[in-house]
Ligand binder design. Structure first.
Ligand SMILES: Nc1ncnc2c1ncn2[C@@H]1O[C@H](COP(=O)(O)OP(=O)(O)OP(=O)(O)O)[C@@H](O)[C@H]1O
Length: 594
């Protein structure tokens, strides 16, 4: 029951924010329809009494009144349903917007990396389509409360003992509530199993992964693991459903016994001439209505508890530790870099992990530096880049941009001055214009700027092959878009990065992994020109993460990371002369090429 109040508050506030007039109209129609139900019982009692007394005219009028009330009840329910439908639609869209804002409206990635956050996000996403039903349930529950109140008054006027009947109605409601809590807990425990199960199914059937799964003959292995995870989740849910069903049946049995006792009481009173037959009809009708109302209340509460959970989960998704308590205190990114970027004893652990992925890194990167980062797989290169981009905050030490701590800067402002191409770049299966324009949304409709960025990324031939040009669809996940090769997707990702104006930080994280040799050579020449241009205009720092030493050697400053520690830093010649890990890795690669 504790979820009921937040659920009602959440749904009614949502509906009010979406369309207050529609909400009031729906509430008035529900109230009118619900008031009609107990009044029908009253008309039936009058009808019986008048008929027995031989007053046919009044009996016919009361019969007509009962029929009119019945029509009113049905019509109001029908029209209110239309109002909920529209309100629910608006509410669902509003919640989708909030969910996207919660998932991506934060500058850092810490929360998205937390399994608990990911599970909660998945649960809310699954629950959103139920918003419409929840809103309808909230309004119907209000109507039901009016009905129950009127029914209790009518029963209490007949015999105070009969007031016990609505009270007994609370038993199945409470039992239903407890049952729902059991189901919710099981749902949360089953979520990690189901998430993994869904992922395994995606791997076995997804367009990108099906090839490898087929060639490796991995389908039976993946399906067996999927089956195991799914069964673990289903077992948890199955047990909870059985216990919930038993609880609900027990509650309903209690009410059924009370119902039988109430009928027995009035029938006995009628036999002894204490009550007229009309009262017996009234009690039978009201008790039958009450039984229906209790059943409906249980269903509505179940729906509302889901909405309450969704409200709690949405709250849980709100960032607990905002990057800045007060955004107006945040410092803006400089227009140009004069001093550069300084890392002071920077350490980092991913959320939920105790392992230091970066360990006490101290370094000065003067403005205009072309920086390259090398190291073996898992050394922490991409993590360092993500910290520089402000996607994570260091768990120890600080990063200073022109002397200002990045933790005190407005992350969105800093990120707006960064051009990136990550190794796991996004493949946005939208129009070519969207895929590129998302790099600088202010210029998404600027055809000349988009074409220039595509040209600079050597992606003009890719664009020329897309029917419809900038407005043509790429990708085949939906619609009939052009299917692209890995290298072509990467060129589009680079064009996206190159669309960004006046960046202060240029990041290419393994940019050439999917390019052919000629394209790679051209890419680096273009990148070098861009770096030279940005360096002259804004003092930008460029960061290249690469395993290819032929390109790394061009950098002004090369960092060598090993197990998260900065073991060497300097120019190519200097590092070769010094011996150590860089020289070892360089000579190893040179020997392979020789
Ligand atoms: N989101 C994450 N959550 C937890 N651990 C992570 C996450 N991302 C990376 N790691 C871990 O951090 C370590 C460093 O990863 P990182 O991607 O920075 O290495 P890298 O040097 O770029 O490697 P590679 O050359 O293979 O790209 C790895 O051990 C990796 O498992």
């Amino acid at each position: 029951m504790t979820d009921l109040i937040p659920a009602l508050r959440h749904l009614l506030t949502l509906a009010w924010q979406c369309d207050p007039r529609r909400l009031l109209r729906a509430a008035a129609m529900v109230a009118a329809g619900c008031l009609a139900t107990p009044l029908i019982a009253l008309c039936l009692k009058g009808l019986t009494t008048e008929t027995l007394a031989g007053r046919g005219g009044s009996a016919v009028l009361l019969g007509l009144a009962a029929a009119a009330l019945l029509v009113l009840e049905l019509m109001m329910g029908h029209f209110a349903h239309l109002a909920y439908f529209e309100l629910g639609d608006l509410g669902e869209v509003e919640l989708q917007n909030r969910l996207v804002a919660l998932a991506h409206g934060r500058p850092g990635l810490e929360d998205l990396d937390t399994p608990r956050f990911a599970d909660t996000l998945a649960l809310v996403r699954d629950d959103l389509p139920r918003t419409r039903a929840s809103l309808e349930a909230a309004l119907q529950l209000g109507g039901l409360a009016i009905q129950l109140g009127l029914t209790a008054v009518l029963l209490g006027l007949l015999d105070p003992w009969l007031l016990l009947l609505p009270l007994l109605g609370a038993v199945p409601v409470l039992a239903g509530n407890r049952a729902q809590r059991l189901l919710d807990t099981a749902k949360e425990s089953a979520a990690p199993h189901q998430r993994l199960g869904r992922h395994l199914l995606d791997v076995a059937t997804g367009h990108a992964t099906a090839k490898e799964a087929r060639l490796a003959g991995a389908a039976p292995f993946l399906l067996a693991r999927h089956h195991r995870e799914w069964q673990a989740g289903t077992r948890l849910l199955g047990r909870a459903h059985t216990r919930a069903a038993a609880l609900r049946a027990g509650g309903q049995l209690c009410f059924a016994l009370g119902y039988a006792a109430a009928i027995w009481l009035v029938v006995r009173q009628a036999q002894h001439g204490v009550s007229p037959l009309g009262d017996v009809i009234l009690v039978i009708t009201l008790a039958a209505q009450l039984s229906l109302q209790v059943g409906t209340a249980i269903q509505l509460l179940t729906v509302l508890q889901d909405a309450g959970r969704t409200a709690h989960r949405l709250d849980a998704l709100k960032p607990l530790t905002p990057f800045h308590a007060n955004k107006s205190d945040a410092t803006s990114a400089p227009l140009v870099l004069t001093r550069g970027i300084r890392l002071e004893h920077v350490s980092f652990q991913y959320p939920g992990s105790t392992r230091r992925v970066l360990d006490d890194v101290t370094l000065d990167i003067p403005a205009g530096t072309a920086l390259a980062v090398v190291g073996e797989n898992g050394a922490g290169k991409s993590t360092l880049v993500k910290l520089l981009c402000g996607l994570y905050r260091p768990t120890g030490g600080r990063i200073l941009v022109d002397g200002v701590d990045l933790a005190a800067a407005d992350p969105a402002d800093w990120q707006h001055r960064i051009a990136t191409l990550f190794q796991d770049f996004a493949r946005l299966e939208l129009r070519l214009r969207d895929n590129t324009g998302i790099g600088d949304l202010d210029r998404i409709d600027d055809d000349a700027a988009l074409s220039a960025a595509l040209d600079a990324a050597e992606a003009a031939p890719v664009a020329a092959a897309v029917p419809g040009g900038l407005d043509g669809l790429i990708g085949r996940s939906y619609g009939d878009g052009v299917d692209l090769s890995g290298g072509q997707w990467q060129k589009l990702g680079l064009a996206r990065a190159l669309l960004r104006r006046d960046p202060l930080l240029l990041v290419l994280d393994e940019p050439a992994s999917a390019l052919d040799a000629a394209a790679e050579q051209t890419l680096f020449e273009r990148f070098a020109r861009l770096v030279a241009d940005s360096r002259a205009r804004t003092g930008a720092v460029s960061v290249l993460v690469s395993h290819r030493f032929s390109t790394v050697r061009m950098a002004d400053l090369i960092l060598v990371l090993e197990h998260g520690r900065l073991v060497q830093a300097g120019g190519h010649r200097e590092l070769l002369d010094a011996g150590g890990l860089y020289a070892e890795l360089y000579r190893l690669q040179a020997r392979v090429y020789a």
